[in-house]
Design a protein around this ligand. Sequence first.
Ligand code: SF4
Length: 295
Amino acid sequence: MEIRVQQPKTIINRNVHHFGFDATFNPYRGCSHACKYCYARDTHQFFNLDRGHDFERIIFAKEFTGAQVMDQLSRVPLSQTIAIGTATDPYQPIEGQLRITRKFLQAILLSGHGVTITTKSPLVLRDLDLITALAIRQQIVVHISLITDNTTLAHQLEPGTSSPRRRWQIVDGLVAQQVPVALFCAPIIPGWTDDLETLNAIFATARQKRVTWLMAAPVHFTPPMFEYFSAHLATIDATRTLTFRRHFADNGALLPWYRRQLQQTIDRLRGQYHLSEQGLTPRPHQFTVQTVFDI
Ligand code: SF4
């Protein structure tokens, strides 16, 4: 593993509305969780690094002072939610040492912005003290990603992440502290994780564990990522990979008939388990004289 520390001028990315966010904070580029379908793999090519081994082993980390991050937060309107971990996982293993995500959350406690965190890692529980404090103010929602309950398949597709069982334990740990949790059942992979048994198990467990809402969506590829991921699948099961490829056009775009069919299944399960598609939006925290003294 190689860590390349950067001191970027921009810590918080703004004007990312085309990706569906007001503002984003990504402490790392590259991700040792090494999910083979990861759309962020392509971005390593901006640094003349490859989307395979380099993405998993060469991690860029943001370095900044408390004053710098507070200065940038002061320019983000309080009404805007900041999404943490939209590019790569903010709790990938190196965060255990560098604590950049933790530092950002400490700043958020002071700034009052609403935030979301998206992760697959139990390391998020290390920061339960901060997350619980934000949850009391309704300032945070945590998104946990899970695409299958099958431990072997999860390891084949996401070799550097925690097991499905461990991820449900993360949900338990957060829900027990009244932290709002959304389950991200994405990306759903045709022919591999889209069977009714797999999806039903995820929806049923999410319901049982009282997640606040559930997002489910199929995989999306650029043409090079489609080829990269297909090649990986072929090392696991060549026949199944051919079936997988039949769901896509030559450029890696998902075929409309499949998208419609999958959406029907998702809608049916959503109704069956009463799991909303619409997420809870974190609220900004307005400081009063009293809360300033509480800090
Ligand atoms: S955890 Fe997320 S960012 Fe990291 S490799 Fe997997 S999909 Fe990509």
